[in-house]
Design a binder for this molecule. Structure first.
Ligand SMILES: [Zn+2]
Length: 326
């Protein structure tokens, strides 16, 4: 998979030195302001997509998700901190410079939801930067419940420590969340939409000026869409309808937490919803059935494998009752 340009993009050069260090991340340009940062060699095989938007007018970097914390079993990877990567690793698509040279720009971090592969890198930023998350279900992301709901407990890994600022539906992200005198006057131009379904705290970012939608784990192509036992297909369908309406007939593109980045938003959203309706109406057949976290889970795979699903069977049964009967 790795060609020469990829090696260059993920290579770190020490100041004045000639010894390149390989990073757990590689960055490529998606839009005039946004880079896709892929954590490519994590031990969990999640290969999460992290999005980094530069807002020069606010001297800020908006980061969506923080990946798996650099956990890798590749001994040649020396840069495992996302923050160190952003501040010191040269990126070819950024005129050969790091995305945040010397950490001169401040950070605003948004978590699409609290699953481990989106939050394990957050401690790099938690001491000096705002960490934003959905206010939709405060108890779901409370410190008492985070080890279970992040899946860190199930994986026997330490739950990262951070304090999130929970933001409401349709919140416009700001550059400054400092207390006790918050200054909400510097809009970063990106709006938070609550999109529960994958989890109660799942959110979407809508960057209207670039017509880009960042949906976390709500949907992606070519890998299983996974619902944990805390998910809801009923809520997911409502969130999908809201996103389909949000992008309207525009040329919006969709960027997901895994696999899919920069694809036509309306097409991905409507095709994923159609697949789910085929699951509910039994046009799709169960591919496999197995136990996961104490519940019977089911797997569905669309012909051609563009969309596939793994979730507790209970979520399908409940959605059949509520959605098909409606
Ligand atoms: Zn997730």
């Amino acid at each position: 998979m790795e060609d020469d340009s990829v090696e260059k993009a993920s290579t770190h050069r020490q100041p004045g030195g000639h010894c390149p260090k390989k990073a757990a991340f590689r960055a490529t340009r998606l839009t005039p302001t946004v880079f896709l940062v892929n954590e490519h060699s994590d031990i969990y095989d999640e290969r999460p997509f992290i999005y980094v938007k530069t807002i020069s007018s606010a001297n800020a970097l908006l980061i969506l998700d923080t990946g798996c914390g650099g956990a890798t079993d590749k001994p040649d990877i020396k840069v495992t901190s996302l923050r160190e990567f952003l501040e010191t690793c040269d990126v070819e698509d950024n005129e050969g410079k790091p995305l945040n040279v010397g950490g001169k720009m401040q950070y605003v971090v948004v978590l699409s939801h609290c699953h481990y592969d989106h939050i394990l890198g957050v401690e790099d930023f938690a001491l000096d930067s705002p960490i934003l998350a959905s206010q939709h279900s405060p108890s779901f992301v409370s410190p008492d419940h985070l080890p279970e709901h992040s899946l860190c407990h199930a994986l026997h890994i330490k739950t990262p420590k951070y304090t999130a600022t929970l933001v409401p539906h349709l919140h416009t992200i700001q550059a400054d969340y400092s207390t006790p005198t918050p200054n909400y006057s510097t809009s970063l131009g990106v709006v938070v939409h609550h999109t529960p379904g994958h989890t109660p705290d799942e959110l979407t970012l809508w960057d209207e000026s670039e017509r880009m939608l960042y949906v976390g784990d709500t949907v992606y192509e070519w890998e299983h869409i996974i619902f944990p036992k805390e998910g809801s297909i009923v809520q997911w369908l409502q969130s999908m309808d809201a996103l389909i309406e949000l992008v309207g007939t525009s040329e919006a593109r969709i960027c997901c937490g895994h696999v899919t980045a920069g694809r036509p938003a309306k097409d991905v959203l409507t095709a994923a919803k159609a697949f789910m309706m085929d699951v509910l109406s039994e046009k799709e057949n169960v591919r496999s059935r197995f136990e996961k976290r104490g519940e019977v889970s089911v797997e569905y795979v669309q012909a051609g494998s563009r969309f596939s699903l793994i979730c507790p069977e209970r979520l399908v049964v409940v959605a059949r009752q509520k959605v098909l009967a409606a």
